[in-house]
Design a protein around this ligand. Structure first.
Ligand code: SAH
Ligand code: SF4
Ligand code: F3S
Length: 516
């Protein structure tokens, strides 16, 4: 059973006294702490998929009256989880900076600290509660510090209840659907003493024109929000709401603007990018159409994540095969090699369908690099099922895989299934899978020995400042010696040595002109 269930005991509503109510919410007192609840998460509502139209808003996010509020003050955001969260943190940074706040690396001098959290597996949640423990000491030393919890965990009832009753030093809790409300919540926290909770259960409209503070020359661009797939193990459809696509003209305008600003690489983001456009009234404009338009923009590398195998259509393959600035790397999570397990996961494709799709992609894009996500130890996974995952890995020859031990998430259908694979077995399966993956990753690298690859230089290497690191079009990590002026540029590197998870090489050209 999910450990999450135990958290319900932290919150006994009979203890909570409603002190006052107004049109925006109610104020309660719980163990001495006053909490103003504007809205709370509710998993039942998060599950519903309504038919109402999604509106798009273009108003300014930070009103004039709030633009001086953060002057002379500093902020830190700690981000957990996927690229979606990383990018949301860029939006929050953008909002805070428009309020006058400046970024700091030193938590001791921060006036506001936000934890942008991830709920995907239990260990992700444990990390956040661990961090909250550390921040409590800081908050006791500096009561003026504003502490906020946001992101996917905030969309979970049990988490919000646990924070309200056991981590009362937190000042703001808000969710993934109302990030644009951050300036107002910060204002409220500054002027009132109570904890403010504002977590929308229903996904709201699409808010355009939010300021974004991107770092480096690689940019993320949301093309859609939410997920309607409801894989039985996954919390994301509850924490991120229903699928909503941004209008193509808004996505394209943002990509053009990034190209104008000199960005070298962008990654289009969605939980299931292949479902792009399925929520539009006429349903004729798909992800393939969007990619076909974006590839004409003068921006050297276009990536996307994540693709669901089910909606990967032939038109998309045709467009990706045109390559150019569309890189030959597809992250295509398979989760399991067993059709039986896939069925229980409600992935809605079979092993055969997946393999057939891979063949089609490889035929159209012979130099493609495929990577994947795999879960081991799903309820009912037998040794035979697991061997099917191993054999699928061999058959497809993935160049990289992110592998996870199944973690039950409260409120998901799989959490009701008997979690009957012992932890030692799960660990042993993960270990074997990772060993196989390491071999394949190395083999993929071996193919490149002696070749010259195009590298976008990202940074000095972590361990040696004379060494630079960057990525190939297929997202392989490359280390080579060079001067740091090359950071942010494209170079050619000849591969001289390979390791399992990175490549070593020598600089061939100093700089390349990219016309995409
Ligand atoms: N939208 C993406 C994945 C989002 S989550 C997709 O569908 O491909 C990233 C990965 O986390 C998933 O692909 C899955 O492998 C893993 N994951 C999700 N829920 C999990 C759970 N309950 N336990 C273990 N791994 C999980
Ligand atoms: Fe989760 Fe499945 Fe949606 Fe991916 S497609 S976010 S795994 S429910
Ligand atoms: Fe985690 Fe939410 Fe992403 S649960 S993986 S941060 S969508």
């Amino acid at each position: 059973m999910s450990k999450g269930k135990d958290y319900a005991k932290y919150f006994d509503f009979s203890q909570a006294k409603v002190i006052s109510e107004d049109e925006n919410g109610k104020k309660i007192r719980l163990s001495g702490r006053e909490i103003y609840i504007m809205s709370e998460p509710n998993q039942r509502k998060e599950k519903q998929r309504g038919k109402q139209d999604i509106q798009v808003h273009y108003e300014e996010a930070v009103p004039e009256t709030l633009r001086e509020l953060g002057k002379g003050k500093r902020y830190i955001i700690y981000t957990f989880g996927c690229q979606m969260n990383e990018h949301d943190s860029e939006t929050m940074s953008g909002l805070l900076e428009q309020m006058g706040y400046e970024k700091t690396e030193d938590r001791k001098e921060a006036d506001i600290i936000l934890l942008n959290t991830c709920a995907i597996r239990e260990n992700a949640e444990d990390k956040v509660f661990g961090e909250l423990g550390h921040l409590k000491t800081l908050k006791l030393e500096r009561p003026g510090l504003i502490l906020g919890v946001c992101g996917c965990m905030s969309q979970e009832e049990n988490v919000v209840n646990r924070i309200m009753s056991k981590h009362q030093f937190v000042d703001i809790i808000f969710g993934t659907h109302n990030i644009h409300r951050l300036p107002f919540l910060v204002r409220d926290a500054l002027f009132n003493k109570e904890m403010v909770v504002d977590v929308w259960s229903k996904e709201g409209d699409i808010i355009e024109n939010l300021p974004k503070k991107r770092a480096g020359m690689r940019g993320w661009v949301n093309i859609m929000y939410g997920c309607d797939k409801f894989c039985t193990y996954c919390i994301v459809p509850y924490t991120r709401g229903k699928e909503r696509s941004r209008l193509p003209e808004d996505v394209i305008a943002e990509v053009r603007e990034l190209a104008r600003q000199g960005y070298k690489e962008i990654t289009l983001l969605g939980q299931n990018v292949n479902a792009y456009g399925k929520d539009f009234a006429d349903r004729t404009y798909t992800f393939g159409h969007l990619m076909d338009e974006i590839r004409t923009i003068n921006l050297p590398r276009i990536r996307f994540t994540t693709s669901h195998p089910r909606d990967f259509d032939d038109h998309l393959i045709e467009v990706l095969a045109k390559q150019g600035n569309l890189v030959e790397h597809i992250h295509l999570p398979v989760q399991s090699g067993s059709s039986e397990v896939l069925k229980k996961m409600s992935r809605k494709y079979t092993r055969e369908h997946y393999i057939q799709l891979v063949h089609k992609i490889k035929a159209a894009i012979p130099n493609v690099s495929l990577t994947t996500d795999i879960i081991v130890g799903f309820p009912g996974e037998t040794d035979e099922h697991f061997e099917e995952t191993m054999s699928l890995m061999r058959e497809v020859e993935f160049e990289q895989a992110f592998t996870f031990i199944y973690s039950p998430r409260e409120g998901t259908p799989a959490a009701q299934m008997e979690d009957n694979v012992p932890m030692e077995v799960k660990k042993e399966r993960l270990h074997r899978l990772n060993a196989l993956m390491k071999d394949f990753s190395r083999k993929g690298n071996e193919k490149l020995l002696g070749e010259t690859v195009e590298v976008l230089v990202e940074s000095e290497s972590k361990n040696n400042e004379l060494v630079l690191s960057g990525r190939t079009r297929t997202n392989r990590l490359v280390h080579f010696t060079g001067s740091k002026e090359l950071i942010g540029q494209f170079v050619h590197v000849q591969v001289t040595d390979i390791k399992s998870f990175y490549i070593k090489g020598e600089l061939v050209t100093e700089k390349m002109q990219m016309s995409s």
